[in-house]
Design a protein around this ligand. Structure first.
Ligand SMILES: *Cc1c(COP(=O)(O)O)cnc(C)c1O
Length: 407
């Protein structure tokens, strides 16, 4: 048997699609929080306060708004548990994450026989996956046509598809759901806390899920925000779902949501960590102090700077998200994406390629909203490109960046 030395993980420059670096204040709350059980008064109060702040971040009056312990897919598992075997669903897929969400939906909507036929990749008759080519957005027109044709019970879309860096048409999705009487479910993992929107402006979407590690900036494993409209909760109350731990009604109890109402304190659902509650609470305080609106403006401002610099290096940007740039290398370097990324990662510069075909580069700016941070990312990427044989003048690229920031 080996007892290994204590695990040291270095601080890297996390410049990917996520996770982003966690604010020091969030980490400080995590470390400075005392040991207290999950029914201690301040832990319960922290959960109630976090729930209320989360409603402000989402822009919602939905009572059923809270955090699901875990990662983005934990929150998605919770909202997608609304779907039962045999339900008719149309899901739009334009990249890695909406692809995984579509798989989750196929698993949940499959009948016993459909699941047994292909347990890891079921293809239930009731589920239609509408595939949109990589690099393109899901449009309102496409959603309208698919819902008119299939008349499903549920429709699903990722708001921002992080795999290809594309923003999908949330307004069009909402309007088509309203027009055909379909209940919408949205993966807002990559947009919450980055884009400026209020979910109550999209009333045909009955359930939303996000994550701790992207716009919320609270990685140290905390909570995946979710929000449900009352009609979704009523449907669930009437027909149930196949999970205890991620049950949307049961999981809400610990956050002080019982019988459709806010109550003074939560009741036991599972053991919550006071460290995680305090970290999540601090992350929400930080976001609301910055304001969702200003943060969205800051992302747009810095993304533009970064996009211009990468374009000046001869790359072609194909994304339109503001927290992440997805792009093709100059023709001369085409094919060396994985090698370039591996070299950067070995030096603590955490950039990515796409996870599904075609291979493209992905560099993110989550919580890197300063001139210094963007300058460092541009400079390190320029060095890596030049080492690979790219032909551009780095001084010129850095001057261009400076000029952008000088206005
Ligand atoms: C990151 C991401 C996920 C998965 O989140 P995890 O925290 O890795 O579980 C799901 N959907 C989208 C759109 C994402 O960007």
């Amino acid at each position: 048997m080996t007892i290994y030395p204590a695990l040291e993980i270095p601080n890297t420059l996390a410049a990917g699609p996520g996770p982003g670096n966690t604010d020091p204040r969030v980490l400080e709350r995590l470390c400075k929080t005392g040991v207290a059980d999950h029914m201690q008064a301040d832990v319960l109060r922290g959960m109630i306060e976090a729930k209320e702040m989360l409603r402000a971040v989402f822009g919602t009056q939905n009572i059923y708004t809270y955090g699901v312990g875990g990662t983005g897919f934990s929150g998605l598992d919770c909202v997608l548990s609304l779907i039962l075997p045999g339900d008719k669903v149309v899901a739009f897929m334009n990249g890695t994450f909406s692809g995984i969400d579509s798989l989750t939906i196929r698993m949940k909507a499959a009948t016993l026989a459909e699941l047994a036929a292909d347990p890891l990749n079921p293809k239930p008759a009731g589920v239609t996956i509408v595939e949109v080519p990589h690099g393109q957005s899901v449009t309102g027109k496409l959603v309208d046509e698919a819902l008119a044709l299939h008349k499903p019970m549920w429709a699903f879309m990722a708001h921002w598809e992080t795999g290809s860096g594309r923003i999908n048409d949330l307004q069009g999705f909402n309007d088509a759901c309203a027009k055909y009487g379909v209940m919408g479910i949205v993966d807002a993992v990559s947009s919450l806390g980055i884009a400026d929107y209020r979910i109550d402006d999209y009333p045909a979407v009955v359930a939303w899920a996000s994550c701790p590690q992207k716009g919320i900036m609270s990685l140290p494993l905390t909570y995946a925000p979710v929000s449900f409209k009352d009609e979704a909760i009523q449907l669930l109350a009437g027909r149930g779902c196949y999970t205890y731990v991620h049950h949307p009604i049961l999981e809400a109890r610990h956050w002080g949501i019982v019988g459709g109402k806010d109550v003074a304190t939560g009741t036991y659902h599972r053991t919550h960590s006071g460290y995680a509650v305090a970290a999540f609470h601090e992350a929400l305080r930080l976001l609301l102090t910055h304001t969702v609106k200003q943060k969205a403006l800051d992302y747009a401002y810095h993304e533009k700077a970064f996009r211009q610099a990468v374009t000046a290096m001869g790359c072609e940007v194909t994304s339109n998200m503001t927290s992440l740039i997805v792009f093709n290398l100059p023709a001369k370097l085409a094919g060396s994406e994985k090698d370039l990324v591996a070299k950067c990662r070995a030096e603590g510069f955490g950039i990515w390629t796409t996870l599904s075909e075609p291979v493209q580069m992905r560099i993110g700016i989550l919580n890197q909203l300063t001139v210094d941070a963007i300058t460092e990312i541009v400079s390190r990427f320029a060095d890596a490109m030049i080492n690979k044989g790219a032909e551009f003048n780095k001084d010129q690229v850095m001057e261009g960046l400076k000029a952008y920031y000088a206005g």
